[in-house]
Ligand binder design. Sequence first.
Ligand code: ADP
Ligand code: ASP
Ligand code: MG
Length: 401
Amino acid sequence: MSLIVQKFGGTSVRDAERVMNVARIVTDTFAKGNDVVVVVSAQGDTTDDLIAKADEINPNASKREKDMLLAAGEQISISLLAMAIEKLGYHATSLLGWQAGFETSSAHTSARIKRVSTERIRDALDKKNIVVVAGFQGISRRGDITTLGRGGSDTSAVAIAAAMHADLCQIYTDVEGVYTADPRKVESAQKLKEISYDEMLELATLGAQVLNNRSVEMAKKYNIELEVLSSLTNAPGTIVKEKTRMEKMLISGVAKDTDVARISVIGVPNIPGIAFKMFSKLSAKDINVDIILQSIGHDGKKDISFTVAKSRGKEAVAALEDYMVGHGAKEVLYDDEVAKISIVGAGMESHAGVATKMFEALYDAQINIQMISTSEIKVSVLIDINEADKAVKAIHRKFFD
Ligand code: ADP
Ligand code: ASP
Ligand code: MG
């Protein structure tokens, strides 16, 4: 007998028919003699709808109250799924995050899981129940309801798998696995049989939303093998694990991130310490900086450009504007009509010319590169947001067709 964790995303439980479909998958798994813990997300667009409801009343609502509201989405889907399982003649117990033992930090709307105390889940499994757990939520030490950040149900599933030493953790979604690009955007995208944690972590962080990046981080840390697969077809999915047996592909995927903004501080005095002072202002506000580009100094001045998440863009400009102009800078420019396009692949480590090939694809498509950043297994470029989809297609064609 094995312990299997199965996670189903919002589209997989969108309506009554889909909930019954999920109930069939989990009861089939149970009927084969396995213990089954199911993690579900809110139905369809529920989370977006709840956010819209909050914004209608108070866009500046406290994060504690936002969490109180958002956690409600998953409460609906766990109870409905438990009812569907009962209808098929099996026993089910639905549990909210706190009931399932999810203790988190108190960082509302982006809380981190600290511990999962699984006694209650274990107890229900021992009584031959299929346990249905609300993803995306937990409870802080103060006893407040928290959520883990968008897409957080993946992390809930991996956390249970880790805490309970599950034999298998399956992430069911609305596509058949992890592809070389978003299969909804790039027709020729290919499904990967396997991908390493490191590559998947980069892809997830760089915009491939099929897995939440924290879930991959946690899977790597606890060595939990993940299987990403479709809740609607029986096709084999993608295995995410430490070492892949496959021949290293040059790159494993192309990702797009439109949640970025570029800030340029123009005419900064070319003296030591200026970058330190500038970025201290941002770190004091907990604003993460990504790609950084500094021009060569001329006439005692230089320009420093960098990217931040779009949601923090205006705040970053406000933190810098007066300060930098006060320190001799000419102006601070802001542009959120940009996108970050990245290629990821372990094959890059051993092959020269991968970045060049990407730049050539962009040149062929006549797309201008604003900024570039590279690491061992990725290359990212910043471009005009209106050319983002065209760029992904052009790069994908260059590497995969
Ligand atoms: P769920 O609701 O099941 O959590 P998500 O919407 O969060 O599903 O993630 C699945 C979506 O991720 C797919 O519908 C697909 O459009 C998108 N996606 C982006 N990049 C990729 C990729 N490289 N491989 C597979 N899916 C991707
Ligand atoms: N329902 C949450 C969201 O929409 C969590 C998830 O889907 O993973 O972000
Ligand atoms: Mg998701």
